[in-house]
Design a protein around this ligand. Sequence first.
Ligand code: CA
Ligand code: CA
Length: 586
Amino acid sequence: MLHRRIGVLIIALCLLHLCLNAQTPITNAKSRIRLNQVGFYPVSPKVAIVVATKKTDFLIKDLKGKTWFTGQLIPNSQPAFSGAYTFSADFSAFDKPGRYFIEVEGLGNSYEFQIKPNVLQPVADGSIKAFYYQRASIQLDVQYAGKWYRAAGHPDDKVFVHSSAASEKRPAGFVISSPRGWYDAGDYNKYIVNSGITMATLLSLYEDFPEYMNTVKLNIPESQNQIPDVLDEVLWNLRWMLTMQDPNDGGVYHKLTNARFDGMIMPDKADSARYIVQKSTAATLDFAAVMAQASRILKKFPKQLPGLADSCIKASEYAWTWAEKNPVVIYNQDAMNREFKPAVVTGTYGDRNVGDEFFWAASELYLATGKDDYFNKITLSKGELARVPSWANVKLLGYYSLAQNSGIDAANHPEIKEIRTRLLNMADIFIDSAANNAYQTVMTKSKVNFNWGSNSNAANQGVLLIKAYKLSGDRKYLDYALANLDYILGRNGTGYSYVTGFGSKSTMHPHHRPSIADGVVDPIPGLLAGGPNPGMQDKIQLPSLFPDEAYIDDDQAYASNEIAINWNAPLAYLANAIQALQKKLH
Ligand SMILES: [Ca+2]
Ligand SMILES: [Ca+2]
């Protein structure tokens, strides 16, 4: 009896297998033809990567099946990390606007894509709008948030001074008001250190592309005022940051947080007590840098924002003074928890080296005030650049501002020339031999790019390449910046578009409390997933451990599928810069 049942089961499984096999060509092609699933500008380079075994023709067809372009797959010289060989389908010469798919002889069809001017505008807008969805202390109305509308959470108007932060004038339990700000990531806490790099990236997006950013409308509550929407969004977090400075000494609290992470609940259901914890040198310097940069930019809006630029530079210099008096107050959560209660076990952002924070803050303070005292704090040591900026290593943010700020007296400061040379050298190292790897991008050159938050490396490399383009006018940097954006939108080892809401096969289950708890099938749009990371710190089994395939679209997989403001900001910079520069791509 048992044998007979097993026999029936085997026959059923075989039939199922046949059925699945009958569909294999199409499924196969969609997973094997990897391309930017959003689309291409008529003038821009257009490349899909095909995981295939032989060199054949490929066709560009419209949705009615009419062939518009025929090309031949070109083998790439290096295999993917998995050992699989890839081919490039280059259809850059084809520039007719429309909706298309790629058919590869004997393989099947790709996902659909578009060719048209401004094709990346929705994803560029969406990557900034994502910050609106991260806002604390505000209800998201249906007219702005669509089906993701929600009640306000975290008023943060009664925040307790944690015992680690107690001072004479603000003892433990003292209440301050610290509303607004963005939720940092998949959780609902607010961290100054991670706000630092995030704010810098969005502020420099505005500073580098003011004309384009003046045209960007995000349908947020401030869209009708006379301030560019990207700056309105930045102001939501800036006004929170200002409340994180102790008015009595200028020091800045490391974070505003629950004692423990919330469950997977909506913001308005998360009502644990909120604390500001001890001050730290890193937080204070990040704050000083952001406020100096903001003062420089907000000065251009004296009527709309009376007095704010002045408040920012005052707060910045006050913070700098505290940091000079307290140069090594390192945030060590374990040590703090041994001494103070309640224990706090949320994100640490414990940066042990603050040399780069001093560099960045001094750079921004010099640019904002013109005071040589700040410039004299800047020293360029050899070999200090190798990686893109991160929350813990912000030196490059200082480089960016110094290299590009036109107000600076470069003739009297030879360091500026040296900084520009170093940035271009770094960009050259990035693009060197990038044409050889399986996906023909800077991101896929090396497995070291695939750590926690790997997609932010792709985005931050893109930012650096855009900066190199702005310094040199050399289009090769722009092309590789675009290739990294293609990578993020589907030209990669998994075939996923890692931006929620954009692309046929995009991240659906980010580790992100509102997306999990809101009862809406689609995740909140415009969020960049962390991306492939073989480190598996979350212990969630991954389908592959090859560096560029180590990804799972699972809302528990915080090591590869969380979202974070410091990852979304470089995506916003890259996508909007590409939009602003699209006409230069030919
Ligand atoms: Ca506005
Ligand atoms: Ca650091």
